[in-house]
Structure formats: C-alpha cells, structure tokens
Design a protein around this ligand. Structure first.
Ligand code: GUN
Ligand code: FE
Length: 431
C-alpha cells in the first residue's frame, strides 16, 4: 500500500556496508516502505513499481548523520572564548551562559535557534545535553520533537563546582529534580527520549553519581557524560576519586559506564590509554569523537585508529560549543585531518583514518547507537539527506564516491534539498 512513508527516491546513492567501503549507485533507486529502507537498486524491482517515485536526477542521496554529542544551550555562543582551555572556558563562558536558562523566555528563544538549525543540517539523530533546569529542558524537548529529528536529551546533573548559579544544592535535590523531569515528560514524545546526564565527575559528587547509576538501572535509562578530555580535568578527577584506577574506572565505580543493553556515551576520550579502552570495551560504551572541540580547546587528538582496531564503538560529535559548528561535514573533515596529524606528528605506527572509515563513523557508526540506523541496507530506518552539489563546479567527470569526498573537504556549495527521518520528510529547501 502506498502511503506517506512508502516511496522510492532516485539519484546518486552512497552508503556504508562496512567501515571499509562506500557502496554507490549512479541514478539508482532507494526504496522506503513504512519508514524502513528496503535497499538500493540499479533497476527498480517490480514489487515496488507502484510506489511514488521522486526523481532527484544528478543529486546525491546519503544516509542521515548522527551527532553523538552536542550541547544545545551552548549553540548561541559558539565560536567565542576559544583561546581558553577546557576548565577555564567552562567557568568563564559556559557555566555563566547555561545559568541563563533558568529564565524560560531566554531558553525558548535560544533553543529556537538551535532547533531551527538542527532541522536544516545533515543530522537526523542527535544526543543532546540541555542544562540542569527542568523547565528549559522540557522546552527544548518540545521544540526538538517538532523538528522530526530523533534525539536523546539530558537534563544535566551537577551538584558541585558549577559556581553559585549553576549548581544543584546536593545529590538528593538533583535526583529529585531528575525524577520530576522524567515524570513530566513521560509518554509525551515519539522522537525525543530522555538520557541521564551527569555532566562529568568534577561537577557530580560521589553520592550523586551513585544515585544516577541506581536510577539508570531502575528506569532502564541510558547515560551520557564526558571522559578524559583534558589533562587538568583528568588530574582533578584523580584527586576527587582517589580510589579510581583511571577516569573511566571512576565512572565504573558508580555504575555509570553502562552495558551493551544500555550503552553509555562518553564524549572525547582524547587521553584514554589501553586500560581505559578496555573498560570502555567491556561496557559496550560509545566514544563520541569530537575533533573540532578538541582542537578549539587545545585538548589534544584522540587516537581513533586505535579505538577502531580495538573494536570500540565510535561515532562523531560536534560538541557545540566546544566545537564551533553543528555541521557534521566539518566535523568529518576535522576527524580526517587530526588523524593525519596524529600519524605524522605523534605516532607513525597509527595510520590515518580513511575517508571510508570517517563516512562510516558519521553515519552507520554513530547510527548504531539508535538501533538499525545510518545505512541503506534493507531493514534500516529510512534516514536520508538529498544534496545538490551542482554549484561545486568541476572540469572532470566524477564518481559518486569522489563527489561525497569533495563535499566533505569543501562543503560550502553542497545544498541540502530534502531530509528524511524514518521515512518522513522533515525538511525541504525552498528553491
Ligand atoms: N566537560 C564538562 N562539561 C563540558 C562541556 O560543556 N563541554 C566540553 N567540551 N567538555 C565538558
Ligand atoms: Fe561536551
């Protein structure tokens, strides 16, 4: 039966079937039935010939991207204060900015800018930090639900070291607020799910961390946080949790590293060593690699090649406003570039990432966190972005693979025409 979420798209199709290759179809057919991808084809199989066909001609069709780590309240001050390193940047710019979200009118306006732009970018799935304020977090969730983008959103927990305007009184207050938030949003959304969000160990007391670990088990909720981003931060965690063998072990001590069923996302892992990688692996946690942020805040370069070789789950995060753009293409490019510099300047036994690997991480790698998401294999959710790159003039014939690579290295003239999430068109450009 033909309905709104069953159709065929025709165009230049590209997607990952594994980390090592990009499958392409020139003027191929991509079939969606009830929001689920049925696969890509050179010739349209007879059984789909009754479906409505949208012919995009020479345009490109790629899977939607997953932004595994982004701070919504930091969007409107992105690109400011970037001469500072993490801890100074947080206390000088970030915490005072987030404190303003106690004002619901401020939050409404600022979050409308974030939601507006999220709908228009390559991202079809995102895992989002809000602030510690319940009312503003619910406002963000209301707005995100309207975008059609599928998200996890966290009310942030922090009961120490946030400064006087961005701190919950104690662990009990923070947990109580979290329970109230969860009650208020229960059953309210289709596309917007809650995720527990201890900001990081320095802003969460032992008691708060333990209680969040228990709450995660009780309510079967996932957790997101930050791990091993910056040297001063790591030293501080050692002082705050002296019994821990490493930063990841501190999270582990509080039962917040998650499990394969409820995987935790850890942003950064710039300075994670073999021991920390083993803990991440044992818990089935996801690493959100955030290279633009790691450069901006002078944090360092994560050895993603080592993570991939060790079989860890790795996706890409923009980490706005540590990262200054929500554009996943920019973040893919930075992923490639920092891996090349890591190889050249740090360790020549660690080969640079390939374009295939980075395309995979941005689509299927991060998408896996959401289930069957991020590729056009049959059975996957139909998340797709249609791109017009015709203004990127060229004097040569190019393969689809080359056009995708070129778009990543220079995205300025790659225009998003349409965006689909689970078979629903959530954005279309006005010509
Ligand atoms: N660690 C704790 N909070 C933050 C944040 O807001 N941004 C980044 N990049 N790291 C953090
Ligand atoms: Fe972050």
């Amino acid at each position: 039966m033909i309905n709104d979420s069953s159709f065929v798209l025709r165009g230049g199709i590209a997607f990952s079937e594994s980390m090592h290759g990009i499958t392409t179809y020139y003027r191929g057919y991509l079939v969606c039935v009830d929001g689920i991808c049925q696969g890509a084809f050179t010739e349209l199989p007879e059984k789909y010939q009754g479906l409505k066909l949208y012919d995009y001609g020479e345009r490109l069709i790629i899977p939607g991207m997953t932004d595994l780590h982004v701070h919504a309240p930091q969007y409107t001050f992105r690109g400011i204060g970037m001469d500072l390193e993490l801890l100074e940047w947080l206390s000088t710019y970030t915490f005072p900015e987030e404190a303003k979200y106690s004002d619901i009118e401020y939050a409404k306006k600022a979050y409308s800018y974030f939601s507006h732009d999220l709908r228009r970018c390559f991202t079809t799935r995102a895992v989002v930090f809000a602030t510690l304020h319940n009312e503003a977090t619910i406002e963000l969730m209301n707005q995100l639900e309207e975008t059609g983008v599928i998200t996890y959103v966290g009310k942030v927990n922090m009961d120490r070291n946030g400064g006087e305007n961005l701190e919950e009184k104690d662990a009990a207050t923070s947990i109580q607020a979290t329970r109230e938030w969860l009650e208020q949003i229960q059953g309210k959304y289709v596309n917007t799910k809650p995720i527990l969000t201890p900001r990081f160990i320095p802003t969460c007391s032992d008691e708060l961390m333990k209680e969040l670990g228990k709450l995660s088990a009780e309510k079967e909720l996932r957790i997101q946080s930050h791990l091993s981003e910056n040297h001063s931060e790591i030293e501080w965690v050692k002082e705050l949790v002296p019994a821990s063998t490493c930063y990841a072990n501190a999270y582990e001590m509080f039962d917040t590293m998650g499990s394969k069923e409820l995987p935790t996302i850890m942003a950064h892992c710039v300075h994670s060593d073999e021991h920390e990688m083993e803990i991440i692996k044992n818990h089935g946690a996801y690493i959100a690699h955030c290279p633009t942020s790691n450069m901006n805040l002078t944090s360092g370069v994560a050895s993603v090649r080592k993570f991939l070789d060790a079989g860890l789950n790795v996706g890409i995060g923009t980490d706005v406003a540590g990262g200054s753009s929500m554009n996943m293409l920019d973040t893919m490019l930075a992923t490639l570039q920092v891996s090349k510099m890591y190889y050249r300047l740090v360790d020549q036994s660690v080969k640079p990432l390939t374009f295939e690997e980075v395309f995979y991480m941005a689509t299927a790698g991060g998408g896996k966190y959401f289930g069957k998401v991020g590729t056009f294999k049959p059975g996957y959710d139909f998340d797709a972005v249609v791109i017009d790159d015709s203004k990127m003039y060229s004097m040569r014939d190019m393969s689809i693979r080359e056009r995708i690579e070129r778009m990543c290295y220079n995205d300025a003239d790659a225009i998003i025409k349409d965006k689909f999430v689970k078979g629903k068109r959530v954005y279309t450009a006005v010509d």
